[in-house]
Design a protein around this ligand. Structure first.
Ligand code: NAP
Length: 494
């Protein structure tokens, strides 16, 4: 039986109450698991418990993997038109239920309702995209090396995939991974973040309605190290698609080494956001606000360091501070809110530590800098100036509404500073000089570059990082490749 507290029932006025599930979805069955182990889901806007989800046992996880493995051959051999039609139906159902999905997301994650709805709708696009791409899993015919040889290359599903997702985009991270895996013909076991399992489970309700066969897609909840260890060592799992921190990515890579699994990792970021003297200043300010403060600064592609060329630093700072002053803190469910709470107290402690470190080394707080009077995990949007090398804000991902402003003089200096990080997810810059646009875009050591924009993700683009931000791509025509094996056929005697 689903365990939802009265808080949820009174708070969420869902059109379709069946979307609110707090059971795991295993082998096509909704289950509270074999034991009484539970983990709680909390509304970060007030700290109240909204649901309890089961902590599945190792035996249940193994059974789930066995079921997915048993179905792999038939799902992999299903007609691409069948898979495409199911994904298209899932896409339509997500759009039809976008308001309910957004309300669930907003409650468990805390982001403003408008952002939650935008996440749901934009990322439904991945289901639509992969519904189309499923039809184009084409191979190659290549001239042979000898007169009697022809070379054929076919693409086949890699096998059972495990997907592990973080809490910051509880809906979007699911559609982009599961959509691609199902399109490729892989069965999937998803482990959502414990803070935000309800969005993933609501998506599973809709996947079931769309016709995803029982056991082809499961959602498991429970102890992450136990599930992670099993996924890494179980030979029936062929691939792990992980989005989360670099630290956990390293651990998974080590654990998966013995069975040489296919991996794709979307890990942490430390994005530099650079504004050159020749930039359109209004547009740069808007881009910086969107990039820095979306989801209260809790996105992997957030501007973590904002570099402004000295000629415009004063004016940029003034306009940026004006815009930050307009950010309205509050619970995500309030339509006036533009910044919700942070996910938990650990996140609050981290941003406080980054501010204290910077101030201790000579930076100044231009606005914010402390917990909000709203209490809980609300944190004031913060800008610090006078940021210098050696401060933690430049090295570590803050993942909070903290904008460090750094002034620079020369293009080559800012490129060196931007690249001085182990991360390589994304870099942003604003410039109207075409030569500079090419130079800087080529010089940034990142998997993605946003030029004259602060937002870059959509299903048509290959999202992904380099360096310690991971490898593999999500979205675009390349998004399926990570879920497919190539098979080369040498045809001879022709
Ligand atoms: P996290 O702590 O790495 O957790 C991510 C997921 O991994 C959660 O479901 C977590 O579950 C699980 N996990 C942790 N240890 C595990 C283990 N030993 N085995 C299996 N699963 C394990 O990251 P987070 O705090 O949720 O998310 C924030 C991070 O994600 C940031 O670094 C951000 O940059 C990154 N991120 C990257 C992208 C991208 O596309 N590059 C997108 C979004 C977020 P538990 O919480 O139960 O441990």
């Amino acid at each position: 039986m689903t365990i939802m507290t009265e808080v949820v029932r009174s708070r969420l006025n869902l059109r379709d109450k069946a979307l609110l599930k707090a059971e795991a979805y295993v082998g096509g069955r909704w289950t509270m698991g074999d034991t009484s182990g539970r983990s709680t889901v909390v509304d970060p806007s007030d700290g109240r418990i909204v649901a309890e989800v089961p902590s599945l046992t190792l035996a249940e996880i193994q059974r789930c993997i066995d079921q997915a493995y048993a179905l792999q051959r038939s799902w992999g051999a299903s007609l691409v038109k069948t898979r495409s039609a199911i994904l298209r139906k899932w896409y339509e159902l997500v759009l039809e239920n976008a308001d309910d999905l957004a309300a669930i997301l907003c409650m468990e994650q805390g982001k403003p309702l408008s952002e939650a709805k935008a996440e749901v709708v934009a990322n439904a696009g991945f289901l639509d995209w992969y519904a189309e791409e499923a039809k184009r899993i084409n191979g190659d015919v290549i001239p042979g090396a000898r007169a009697d040889q022809r070379i054929l290359v076919m693409k086949q599903p890699v096998g059972v995939c495990a997907a592990i997702t973080p809490w910051n985009f509880p809906n979007g991270m699911v559609t982009r991974k599961v959509g691609a895996a199902l399109a490729a013909g892989c069965t999937v076991i998803l482990k959502p973040a414990p803070q935000t399992p309800l969005s993933a489970l609501a998506l599973a309700v809709l996947a079931e309605r769309a016709g995803v066969p029982a056991g082809v897609f499961s959602v498991v909840t429970g102890d992450a190290p136990m599930i992670g260890a099993e996924i890494c060592k179980n030979p029936k799992i062929a691939k792990i698609s992980f989005t989360g921190s670099t630290a956990v990515g390293r651990w998974l890579m080590r654990e998966a080494a013995d069975s040489i699994k296919r991996l794709s990792f979307e890990l942490g970021g430390n994005a530099a956001f650079i504004v050159f003297d020749d930039a359109d200043l209004d547009s740069a300010v808007e881009g910086a606000i969107a990039s820095k403060f979306r989801n209260a600064g809790q996105t992997c592609v957030c501007a973590n360091r904002i570099y402004v060329q000295s000629g415009i630093a004063g004016e940029f700072t003034k306009r940026f501070l004006d815009r930050v002053a307009g950010i309205r803190l509050g619970p995500g469910s309030d339509p006036a809110t533009t910044q919700g709470p942070l996910i938990d107290h650990r996140a609050v402690e981290k941003v406080e530590a980054h501010i204290a470190d910077a101030v201790g080394k000579g930076a100044s707080v231009a606005c914010g800098g402390k917990r909000s009077a709203l209490g809980g995990t609300f944190f004031e949007p913060t800008v610090i100036t006078g940021v210098k090398p050696g401060m933690r804000v430049l090295k570590e991902e803050t993942f909070a509404p903290l904008a460090p402003l750094i002034s620079f003089d020369r293009e080559e200096d800012v490129i060196a500073m931007a690249n001085d990080t182990e991360y390589g997810l994304v870099g942003f810059f604003y410039s109207r000089d075409l030569s500079r646009v090419w130079r800087v875009a080529e010089a940034l050591e990142t998997g993605m570059v946003g030029v004259n924009t602060g937002l870059i993700a959509n299903e048509m683009a290959p999202f992904g990082g380099i360096k310690q931000s991971g490898f593999g791509r999500e979205g675009s025509t390349r998004g399926l490749d990570d879920f497919l094996n190539l098979k080369y056929l040498s045809l001879n005697g022709i």
